[in-house]
Design a protein around this ligand. Structure first.
Ligand SMILES: *[C@@H]1O[C@H](CO)[C@@H](O)[C@H](O)[C@H]1NC(C)=O
Ligand SMILES: *[C@@H]1O[C@H](CO)[C@@H](O)[C@H](O)[C@H]1NC(C)=O
Length: 275
């Protein structure tokens, strides 16, 4: 299960995973932007049969790896407990980027989808809104900031799954060196045959990211809506968020240390900033 959070590269990871000959994903759901969103929502009450309908019957030929990506699972209170109850042996993958960048990218995503409040309020207004701000602003703020409290959410997943079943990917590294990350993913999953992503992916300098190499040198990249361009985050918001996330990033660094996982570059950078 690729659990998110949103705006960390989960769609890219999804596309890389389905390139693998032994890995397949769920059939798309029309209602939820192609994600099943079972464990985090009322869909859960439709039951396991409803969930399983999204997946092909596992074949005994090759494809023994089925996965789904629902980027809202990560910060969800209910998802880890519910998922562990039904899929105790599942392997869980989460991607992390700098939570400040994630928040900004998420806000831009909401604007691109014409979220009323996101169009109405500036990014700084959203992140700095106080307790007495209008409910729609407070709600937007929560959805923007809370998923970035990474250590809290990872600890919740680790309440229900052993560390050996959780892979934490540096979303920044997935962007810059996807083949290395996908090697790690394959090892984590124990999937065979080995698929050489160095040969299957090519960097598209115009789009600024890695794309699938097709026959005849053509490439297939993420959909139009992805990799969208917008102005860089203003310095005031950047400073606000570095302070906001500082203690949480410290907690994350301790957690990664405990798990014996390397610190992503952005964690180290953030820890050296604001006191
Ligand atoms: C898959 O399993 C079915 C039912 O056990 C069997 O009839 C079929 O021959 C198997 N196919 C392969 C390719 O092993
Ligand atoms: C994958 O392909 C690259 C490029 O052709 C090659 O250099 C590398 O050795 C291959 N990796 C493995 C593990 O086979």
């Amino acid at each position: 299960m690729v659990i998110g959070p949103q705006k960390t590269g989960t769609t890219a990871l999804y596309l890389f995973l389905i390139m693998h000959p032994s890995i397949s994903s769920n059939f798309p759901s029309l209602k939820t932007f192609e994600e099943v969103q079972f464990f985090n929502s009322n869909n859960y009450h439709k039951g396991i049969d409803w969930y399983m309908e999204f997946f092909p019957v596992p074949s005994n030929v090759t494809t023994d790896f089925l996965f789904e990506k629902s980027a809202n699972y990560f910060p969800s209170e209910d998802s880890p407990r519910r998922a562990a109850a039904l899929l105790p042996k599942a392997k869980i993958i989460t991607l992390l980027i700098n939570p400040s960048d994630r928040a900004y990218s998420w806000y831009q995503h909401q604007r691109a989808h014409e979220d009323h409040a996101a169009l109405r309020y500036s990014f700084y207004e959203v992140i700095s809104a106080g307790h007495h701000a209008p409910p729609e602003l407070r709600s937007l703020q929560n959805r923007c900031l809370v998923p970035g409290l990474y250590a809290v959410h990872i600890e919740r997943w680790l309440t229900y799954y052993p560390p050996s079943q959780l892979l934490i990917i540096d979303g920044q590294q997935l962007r810059t060196d996807p083949a290395a990350v996908m090697d790690e993913v394959q090892k984590f999953l124990g999937v065979s045959p080995y698929y050489n992503y160095s040969q299957a992916l090519t960097f598209d300098p115009q789009k600024g990211f890695w794309c699938q190499l097709l026959e005849g040198g053509r490439t297939k990249c993420l959909g139009k809506s992805k990799g969208r361009k917008y102005a860089a985050m203003d310095a005031e918001s950047r400073a606000f968020l570095s302070r906001y996330y500082r203690d949480h990033n410290v907690e994350l660094s301790k957690l990664l240390h405990r798990l014996g996982q390397p610190l992503p570059a952005w964690v180290r950078e953030e820890l050296q900033k604001v006191r």
